[in-house]
Design a protein around this ligand. Structure first.
Ligand code: NAD
Length: 376
């Protein structure tokens, strides 16, 4: 750390304003879903679980949904379902896309831009993911390389890393390209440019037995924490959700059994958190953790107590969503500080150069008109 001053947004080493990070999210305030109407949203892994639930929710508010997945049957079925919604958009599409395959992803982004009524992509969700049980030779093989009498173990397959990290990096890279090309609204305002990453509680805590999965989800958190330090330059907002265990096809039966009697997170809360991030275009660079529903009870001593839903509860409010990694940019070390300030200065210079160029070309045109030279 560059200083030992307390971590506050007013620290001299704070770059919260520079990276345009928005203030803490008021998770108890209602949010308006109106901005979802007309948005083109590309979702990888949208054939099942979270992705499918996001698609249903956002399509019901008028978004155009483009799904890429390897589960063609489920993907086609979701799109058929979305198209059958009352007043449905005619711009929902499914396309086979293995996120580990760059060409598949390029084709998916091209389809989204082509299908979009505005020609642009407003938001991207990097949702496709697998756990080790989906690739039986993967995670356990990593922790247990096998026959100790062998000369050397075979290379671990790293399938989970391929989907959850390489796939997400491909999606994010393409998102930065296509979101940056998104156009303006009828009022001349920049259309939304939103990259929503899907990490996990396994991106924040160790998850023994799921080595590759936990490593990949920590990497997605690292991607989020780092990307938000640069993408503000092009008006792109990057947010992340980190859900606790939720009962979807991804959850191994043994995982559900191990959690019996304790709280799991609920799909509806994950959808709610993601919808808030998707709909509220003022939320920039924030991370939300979605856990089991707790009841928050404010004690008379000012202390906050949490009681798990279903327990004997006092008065209080229910809460499943919390902020995470909120303070990264409130007090940074000197390299990050100077690098981001330099980006800001370059952006300002580029803005001035563009203004001067515009003024010069207006002047030249004016002179030509005065002299009666035909302008194109
Ligand atoms: N369910 C949970 O408890 C939980 C918790 C935290 C985070 N997550 C994360 O949420 C995301 C969605 O998981 P889910 O619970 O909805 O699981 P899910 O299995 O229901 O959905 C994952 C989707 O990704 C697709 N997919 C898998 N490999 C793919 C590939 N190579 N290319 C394209 N698509 C591929 C699957 O076909 C599936 O439709 C994942 O990134 C997961 O790691 C899940």
């Amino acid at each position: 750390m560059a200083t030992s001053t307390p971590t506050t947004a007013t620290s001299p080493w704070s770059i919260v304003k520079t990276i345009r990070q928005s203030p803490p999210v008021d998770l108890e305030a209602p949010y308006d879903t109106a901005s979802l109407a007309g948005k083109t949203i590309l979702i990888t892994g949208g054939a099942s679980g979270f992705g499918a639930a996001f698609a249903r929710k956002w399509a019901s508010h008028g978004s155009h949904i483009i799904i890429g997945d390897v589960n063609d049957q489920a993907g086609e079925a979701i799109v058929a379902e979305l198209r059958s919604l009352p007043n449905s958009s005619q711009h929902h599409h499914y396309q086979h896309c293995d996120v580990t395959n760059w060409s598949d992803q390029v084709a998916l982004f091209k389809l989204a831009a082509k299908a979009s009524p505005t020609g642009g992509i407003d938001a991207v969700v990097a949702g496709a993911g697998i756990v080790d049980h989906a690739a039986p030779d993967s995670g356990r093989a990593f922790d247990h390389p096998g026959d100790l009498t062998a000369d050397a173990p075979p290379a671990p397959p790293l399938n989970v890393l391929a989907v959850n990290l390489t796939g997400v990096m491909y999606t994010s890279h393409l998102a930065l390209f296509w979101l940056d090309r998104n156009g303006t609204t009828a009022e001349g305002k920049l259309r939304d440019r939103h990259l929503l990453l899907v990490s996990s509680i396994a991106g924040m805590i160790p998850l023994p037995g799921q080595t590759e999965y936990a490593a990949s989800k920590h990497a997605v958190v690292g991607l989020f924490r780092t990307l938000r330090g640069t993408v503000w330059q092009r008006g792109i907002r990057c947010n992340v959700v980190c859900p606790y265990f939720v009962h979807t096809p991804l959850m191994p039966t043994v995982g559900v059994a191990l959690l019996a009697g304790s709280g799991m997170a609920q799909l509806e809360d994950v959808v709610d958190a993601a919808t808030r991030l998707m709909a509220d275009e003022g939320i920039v660079g924030r991370g939300l953790v979605i856990g089991p529903k707790f009841r928050v009870v404010d004690g008379e001593d000012g202390e906050m107590r949490l009681e798990l839903r279903g327990e004997e509860m006092g008065n209080g409010r229910e809460k499943a969503v919390w902020e995470a990694y909120a303070h990264d940019y409130e007090q940074v070390e000197v390299f990050v500080y100077r690098f981001v300030q330099m980006l800001n200065a370059l952006k300002a210079v580029r803005g001035w150069v563009a203004t001067v160029k515009d003024l010069y070309s207006i002047y030249v045109r004016g002179r030509r008109v005065e002299k009666g030279v035909k302008t194109t």
